[in-house]
Write a protein that binds this ligand. Sequence first.
Ligand code: MG
Ligand code: MG
Length: 239
Amino acid sequence: MRIAGRITGEAILAGAEMIRPGVSTKAIDEKIRHTIEKAGAKPSFLGYGGFPGSACISVNEQVIHGIPSYHRILEEGDIVKLDVGAYIDGFHGDSANTFPVGKISEEAQKLIDVTRESFFRGLEAAGKEGARVGDIGAAVDGYVTSFGCTTVKKYVGHGVGADLHEDPNVPNFGRPGHGPKLCRGMVIAIEPMINLGRPEVRELSDGWTVVTADGSLSAHYEHTVALTENGPEMLTKVD
Ligand code: MG
Ligand code: MG
């Protein structure tokens, strides 16, 4: 899983290097696919449930599951989410990050920063002795709401392993001390999806793209995390 994780992280970095105004989300997707395949892995998302891209690339009010397209050209001021999975030797990695396109607004930067930090609050909660899944969500949600941001409830983190999505669900909200117990040896994706406006989302008619219901900006930050005897280890973090 470390190998799958490293390839996943490197593919996100390769895609991120291409981000600038004028680039299509499909061009970024192709770079991610080449990076994964050159490493001897397969893109986990390609064909998953019929998904047509190698990565989910979601812009601005798009929360997750954005379909890469030659017609979606990044513009100065956009924020773009790259969500990537790589499969090798029977295991998956899963990771996402949000990047600025050129110069972005102060509130967009705040959203990116708050989302990223909320992941690390969740990670810290996961590493505590006797922690439960609800501790992660409570830490994430408590942090982002203190900045006036909101947590997407409809989509959640998950276990990762031989399947891309495994038990348990890892919501980004919850009650401390509740939910399944976190045990050594588990591997989970912690992935806050955070909105500047209201938390509700809806799916577009393409059957994939999830957007904020109120059109506000959304950010995403995810790592595949192994719960080891030395504490949580981020398998997809390479930068
Ligand atoms: Mg993901
Ligand atoms: Mg995930």
